[in-house]
Design a protein around this ligand. Sequence first.
Ligand code: MG
Length: 203
Amino acid sequence: MKIICVGRNYAEHAKELNNPVNDKPVIFLKPETAPLIGKLPFFIPDFSKDVHHEAEIVVRINKTGKNIEEKFAHRYYNDVTIGIDFTARDLQSELKSKGLPWELSKAFDGSAPFGEFIPKETAMRDGAIKFHLLKNGAVVQEGTSADMIFHIDRIISFVSEYFTLKIGDLIFTGTPKGVGPVKSGDLLEGFIGDKRLLEVKVR
Ligand code: MG
């Protein structure tokens, strides 16, 4: 199983980190050791003093595919959820400033918790998936797939030119604005619509 992630997919978030908006999706990978298993807490790694939450819609691939045309991409996923692309922002800034890959700051153990999957039809309201993240009970991020620069079908089509998509692969589709630091003791809760699908305790 591989985890494919999209960066800078919401204009307002690209702006908050002073990043340009690209004409192609920004793609990186996380390994199969990145999800949090069961109800385990997320442990802030020793190498960072500034780990941020990035709440994102997560798509689960249900069919093997390569060079998928955008108009057929909807056939390659049924289920979606909300996940967190945990990012060691201090380390990422250092790597970015040196022109180096981001993986050490984004692909570490526990960096990709995701919630319970629901059918995409259940997740959609008026053609879009609305989601939000609570930190200690307060809304910190709120988004809708309608604001994505590259929509889910476009992402599936684009990444399948490079990587064969396999059953069970996950795509983290990018975060809206409102990213911010987490500290030990925080409770993060992820929702699609009014469905609470994800809970992560930070330690
Ligand atoms: Mg992200």
